[in-house]
Write a protein that binds this ligand. Structure first.
Ligand SMILES: Nc1ncnc2c1ncn2[C@@H]1O[C@H](COP(=O)(O)OP(=O)(O)OP(=O)(O)O)[C@@H](O)[C@H]1O
Length: 380
């Protein structure tokens, strides 16, 4: 177990154990609050990232992701709370003395300096002897696969290459903490995914605690040990990608992170971490995304698009009569929008050949694999 959030911010249900760390955490945030006039950008952030972990902060625009990084970097002072790096309280330490490596979306390379000089810059500032500097720059160029290109200016490099120089520059002085704010945002999709894999490798070699901000779910899935989901200035959930996908703790995490359908159901009772619920005319048993109250009349269900199929699958399929609203051909699969008898709209992803059985305006018998469905507290 590597990252934990406070009980309050992550609720009781996130299935993340909490052993006592034997050494100070790589990064610890305690009760961070940041206000801009009337806007509360951070509303009490508690987070602990163990040394060497890769933590991705994911959330919609305006949820406070960049503000967290700026507070950790020291560019913004929090109104409340503390920032600890390797156990040291740096809340009032100026940015340059925090010894943090940083990479931003626009790379911020010095345009008039070669790639090698850009990488050497931080070492010079830290008064590394010339020979050590040259050795380290060569090592970093090699590490990011630019061994031959150290003499080029940024404008003579591709976007992906510039991004690698920025990463090499951030890691050159061996920071314990690396902050990255949408570093792949300016690249096209294919290059982004390739660079994400590369960043993961670089992180493993550098072993720096890394906090990576993105709003791209796929990047988060590729890169992270732990994912922190931000919503409206708060941490909504912390977990591994699999935990957040299969057991979202609320409807926001289910739809924002999982891309799942979220639909209302009636509560029929609880047994351990499972709930009996009524949905679309069927009674079914599903796992609870977090502990629920048996007295609640309603729950929300997190239903992955792939949990619906036209032939019975999964250990516990429920049979639903669905009205077909439309379908979207996606190459290998087809995304269908359907409506249940009681008017709930759902999205399903079916294999391409399912298209033959689907008729706009018609009805279709579909099977819901209830083992993939999770119940979460009802919101609305
Ligand atoms: N300097 C500022 N002055 C006033 N409001 C600010 C300032 N910086 C951020 N905010 C507000 O704080 C909130 C959080 O902003 P932040 O940039 O942290 O969000 P974000 O999750 O990084 O968004 P994005 O994905 O769009 O970059 C937003 O409502 C934003 O408008």
């Amino acid at each position: 177990m590597n990252v934990r959030a406070s009980k309050e911010s992550r609720g009781e249900a996130t299935a993340v154990p909490e052993p006592v760390p034997s050494e100070p955490a790589g990064l610890e945030l305690r009760g961070l609050v940041k206000r801009f006039g009337g806007t509360e950008a951070l509303r009490g952030i508690d987070l602990v990232a163990e040394r060497g972990n890769f933590v991705t902060v994911l959330g919609p625009s305006g949820s406070g992701k960049t503000t967290i990084l700026r507070v950790v970097a020291g560019f913004l002072a929090p109104d409340e709370g503390e920032v600890l790096i390797d156990g040291r309280d740096v809340t009032r330490v100026p940015p340059a003395s925090r010894e943090i490596g940083m990479v931003f979306q626009n790379y911020a390379l010095f345009p008039h300096m070669t790639a090698a000089d850009n990488i050497a810059y931080g070492l010079k500032m830290r008064r590394w002897p010339k020979a050590d500097r040259a050795r380290r720059v060569a090592e970093m160029l090699e590490l990011v696969g630019l061994g031959e290109l150290g003499g080029r200016l940024p404008r003579e490099l591709s976007g992906g290459q510039q991004q690698r120089v920025a990463v090499a520059r951030a890691l050159a002085f061996r920071p314990h903490l690396l902050l990255m704010d949408e570093p792949l945002g300016a690249l096209d999709r294919e290059l982004r995914m390739r660079m994400a894999v590369e960043l993961r490798r670089l992180h493993q070699e550098a072993a720096a605690t890394t906090v990576y901000v993105t709003h791209d779910r796929e990047e988060a899935l590729t890169l992270s040990d732990w994912i922190v989901i931000m919503h409206d200035g708060r941490i909504d959930a912390v977990g591994t990608a699999e935990e957040l996908y299969t057991r979202p703790r609320n409807g926001f995490v289910a739809s924002f992170f999982g891309g799942h359908n979220v639909a209302e159901a009636t509560m029929g009772g609880l047994s351990g971490d499972r709930a009996r619920v009524g949905f679309a005319g069927c009674d079914m048993e599903v796992v609870c995304g977090q502990p629920l109250d048996a007295a609640d009349e309603l729950v929300d269900l997190s239903i992955p698009e792939e949990a619906l199929s036209l032939t019975p699958t999964g250990a516990a399929p429920a049979r639903l009569e669905l009205h077909v609203l439309d379908d979207l051909y996606l190459g290998n699969s087809v995304r269908v929008t359907v409506r249940t008898g009681d008017g709930v709209t759902l999205r399903a992803v079916l294999p391409r050949d399912a298209r033959d059985s689907i008729r706009h305006g018609g009805t279709v018998t579909a099977y819901l694999d209830t083992t993939q469905v999770a119940a979460v507290p009802h919101e609305r």
